[in-house]
Design a binder for this molecule. Structure first.
Ligand code: ADP
Length: 597
């Protein structure tokens, strides 16, 4: 008996010695570990495994204190190195582990079948020991071990686990704090990066805005220069024209100078408006049926005399396969082509200009690509400026010095090409010549006869002056509502010259009263010319009022605004047609006579 007792005491002592040795080794090994993972897996491997327990799971409480998360394990829950098989989470308060986390007190269960709180994780085991990991009187995790046999864990095991938990707790807490700190640092550095990116974006936006502002100033400075030159000429010649004692030849020459410079100014204003409308996205292509062959014929007929006058040869090569009818914006296409040909003529002093036209089936079956190649043997363009010259007001050095121009032609042509789904390509060699290839994408149209361009002519400025319309206004009565006496007088001269009888009101109010009074006398005018911008009552209000009063005399609007939408506004007010100022005296009578047929 004494021997038996002796041997059990010896066994207990040697077990305790082993426990102490493992705990000592564990305590030492913990010192060198820093990451939370390393520390927790070390608890499982160095302490629990070496002490001979079949399984153990180490739980940590989540940051918000609501759940327990499995972080490391020994036994069946850890089939592979540093990995947990099907990790689960347990709500604080749930099951035995949850209860320990909530109360901070160890639980030693001798028969789990009798404990309703027991949660089966991977397999049913009959004994369970769960010990809190406490730091600064706060539970930060739970050390949990189960055993297949009932009544397996002893009070000694409780103490052992409590010692392990307390040896590990400080380091776990420090590592947790470090982890939180690191994630805060990570978050901060992400925020810092975002801020840096934001600052960079703002900087970039500022650079863009500065550049846009410089571009705008440059644009305005260029525009002002371009406007001053012709205005100086107009003022000069107009002054000369007022002087007495000059010959008819001189007067004709000065008059024609005034006319040329005015035309130039007008073209410039139109181009600038077009460019700014295109850039702000307001100007859209007006796509409709147009006769391509006719368009090419017209452009060639327009350019040939000028080109040949410079003693240049002009060859035109149109591929026989091009369609006759296309869906495109006739005016823009024509202008782009004229601009390229005018440049070829302007910048070529000897040799030839070739125009080639061909088409190709497009990627989409309903479409095809149309190419216009303008080739010249002129001065050519330096490679460095070949993309800049497509910007508004940018001109080549040589051009700047000796050839007139505003630097808008190519900008317009490229904008139009892009509006029509294509672009312009340039190949050039200084001193040898240039090739500009204008490309557009068009819709196809049935080539059968009878399908022709549909004209829409509420803009009377578009009425061709070759139209067979009598220009005689003999016996016609026209009422002019116009606040500028200079313009009213000029219009009166033009109309009276054509035989019309002209009456005049200086604002919308007078205009309305005049016309209503004329109706009472049964003497309505044949046409009303209505200025739209007038003091007291403008042309829009006056027109609406006349229409409301049942006056159905044709009203032609005259406006100095040539922006998109003005025409629509005039038509909406009740006008029959729209004419943008300045009016062209040579075509004026013919244009308005269309409305008195
Ligand atoms: P502008 O002719 O009024 O200067 P453009 O926008 O039409 O304006 O052309 C811009 C510049 O491109 C011209 O000033 C000229 O330097 C250059 N350029 C255009 N077409 C040609 C060409 N066919 N040959 C040589 N240079 C050209």
């Amino acid at each position: 008996m004494a021997r038996a007792l002796d041997s059990s005491v010896t066994a207990s002592l040697s077990r305790k010695a082993h426990y102490l040795e493992v705990l000592h080794e564990f305590a030492l090994s913990q010192v060198n570990l820093n990451s939370l993972d390393e520390i927790l897996w070390n608890v499982a491997k160095t302490a629990i495994a070496k002490l001979g327990f079949v399984d153990c799971v180490i739980y940590l409480i989540s940051d918000d204190g609501s759940t327990l998360i499995q972080k490391a394990a020994h036994g069946p829950k850890n089939p592979v190195q540093q990995e947990i098989l099907n990790p689960i989470t347990i709500k604080v308060g749930d099951g035995i582990v949850g209860a320990v986390a909530q109360t901070g007190k160890s639980e030693r269960i001798s028969d789990t079948r009798k404990d309703s709180r027991y949660i089966v994780d991977d397999a049913l085991r009959l004994s369970e020991l769960a010990v809190p990991i406490i730091h600064d009187s706060r539970v930060i995790g739970v050390l949990d071990s189960e055993h297949p046999e009932s009544d397996f864990f002893t009070e000694e095991h409780v103490q052992l686990f409590t010692t392990i938990a307390s040896l590990a707790s400080t380091r776990i807490d420090t590592a947790l704090a470090m982890e939180r700190l690191n994630s805060t640092i990570d978050r901060l550095s992400v925020t810092e990066k975002r801020l840096e990116m934001k600052a960079e974006e703002l900087n970039q936006a500022k650079i863009e805005a500065d550049r846009a502002s410089v571009e705008k100033s440059k644009f305005l400075a260029n525009l002002s220069h371009e406007i001053r030159t012709p205005i100086t000429a107009i003022l000069g010649y107009a002054e000369l024209l007022t002087r007495a004692g000059k010959s008819v030849v001189e007067r004709d020459e000065w008059g024609s100078q005034v006319r040329q410079n005015t035309d130039y100014l007008l073209g410039l204003v139109k181009d600038v408006l077009d460019i700014s409308s295109i850039e702000s996205g307001e100007l859209r292509a007006d796509i409709r049926n147009c006769n391509l062959r006719e368009l090419i014929f017209d452009v060639v007929a327009l350019m040939r005399p000028e080109i040949e006058e410079k003693d240049l040869q002009f060859h035109v090569d149109v591929d026989g396969n091009i369609p006759t009818w296309i869906m495109s914006d006739q005016l823009r296409l024509r202008q782009a082509l004229v601009n390229l040909l005018s440049n070829a003529m302007k910048y070529t002093n000897e040799g030839e200009i070739n125009l080639g036209v061909w088409s190709q089936k497009g990627v989409e079956s309903e479409q095809f690509d149309l190419f216009f190649q303008v080739e010249d043997t002129g001065i050519g363009i330096e490679a460095e400026v070949s993309s800049d010259i497509f910007e508004p007001f940018v001109r080549g050095d040589h051009a700047e010095r000796c050839i007139a121009g505003a630097g808008l032609g190519l900008a317009m042509a490229r904008n139009f090409a892009r509006m029509l789904g294509g672009d312009i390509e340039l190949e050039s060699e200084l001193g040898r010549g240039s090739i500009f290839t204008l490309h557009i994408v068009c819709g196809t149209v049935d080539d059968s006869p009878g399908v022709g361009p549909q004209h829409f002519e509420s803009d009377v400025t578009n009425v061709d002056n070759t139209m067979n319309v009598s220009a005689q206004l003999e016996g016609r009565v026209i009422h002019v509502v116009e606040d500028s006496s200079a313009i009213a007088t000029m219009i009166r001269y033009l109309l009276e010259d054509a035989g019309a009888e002209v009456t005049h009101s200086a604002n919308g109010n007078h205009g309305v009263s005049h016309v209503l009074a004329a109706r009472d006398r049964d003497a309505l005018p044949d046409l009303i010319l209505m200025d739209m911008q007038m003091p007291i009552k403008d042309g829009y209000a006056a027109t609406s009022e006349l229409r409301q009063q049942g006056i159905d005399v044709p009203i032609v609007a005259m406006t100095a605004f040539a922006f998109m939408g003005d025409k629509e506004k005039c038509l909406a007010a009740g006008c029959d047609a729209y004419m943008s100022k300045p009016i062209d005296p040579a075509k004026f009578v013919q244009q308005i006579s269309v409305y008195m047929l």
